[in-house]
Design a binder for this molecule. Sequence first.
Ligand code: SAH
Ligand code: SF4
Length: 344
Amino acid sequence: MEERMELIGSDISDLENLIKELDQPKFRAKQLFSWLYNKKVDKIKEMTNLSKELRAKLEKKTRIERLKLIKSQESSDGTVKYLFGLSDGNKIESVYMPYRDGRRSICISTQVGCGMGCNFCATGLHGLSRNLTAGEIVNQILTVEDITGEEISNVVFMGMGEPLANYDRVLKAIRLINSEQGMNIGMRRITLSTCGLIPQIESLAQEKLQLTLAISLHAANNKLRSQMMPINAKYPVEELIPACKRYTELTGRRITFEYAIVDGLNDSYAHARELAKLLRGMLAHVNLIPINEVEGIDYTRPQRRSINLFKEELDKLNIPATIRVERGGDIDAACGQLQGKEDR
Ligand code: SAH
Ligand code: SF4
């Protein structure tokens, strides 16, 4: 039997092609798009404004599937971590974070595993299995909305994988998430985090999107950064920072620099001053994250006091910084702890 086409992940031009193949008038594509991403139905029979004939054809040729829920764990702070199964048996994790002010955020994955090998991150421990499709990326949102009955307001690309290593699909997913006729989540409510792939940062700048770009910096000099993040050997700090400046010039957007503090490694006054010097004059913001401990990785979480001192030093040097409020640490749902494995 011919395999049925998965509709989730199709953009308007994919749907127009499909509708054409099915010998239907073009406007049907828009209606279908709205059912998929705006009204978010997962059954073709519920698409009541489509003709019977078209619905029958769609039933035969296409399918709409949510991700398969394997396991969920809820943190004492309301954060929920979901383990989802993909159609080929791979597994990914997504993290749902409700906030008191009404925001409903989701942290989504873009790859199964990650090939970047940062030495503090659980996702990277076993390398990259494969890229996610645009459908699998947006389906994390649709599936979590179905499960929770809540509408997602903010999306962060900080789950498993390096989003810019899966550039085209991630960009397609972002456009679906942002589309006014679709999921309609504003660009300013989308954050994309990268370990610093310069050519892709340059391409993204050309798109001039109003999303927030976050750069995982973690160290302000090449020696330390290369030790923590092998990608730094290819895209060193003195090239990364100018690329970030160009990004800001082109998009007008402030960049967030993530700095995970590891006890005794990158947490001294001298490190803070070095970081301040590097970012001086930039439209930038530093997000300080106490490193999350990962089994098998020998980094220690710093004392709260040493994080505060690091921040005070940045304050003195007029570098805007905040300490990230941690969510879901008790269920291994915090940054860098996602592995996509069941047996934990
Ligand atoms: N691959 C992208 C996005 C996913 S990782 C990136 O690296 O930016 C999301 C964030 O978690 C990144 O800032 C990453 O550096 C950080 N991170 C990874 N492992 C961590 C850990 N053990 N503790 C704290 N943050 C971690
Ligand atoms: Fe990949 Fe990001 Fe983890 Fe590095 S921190 S291994 S880039 S997911």
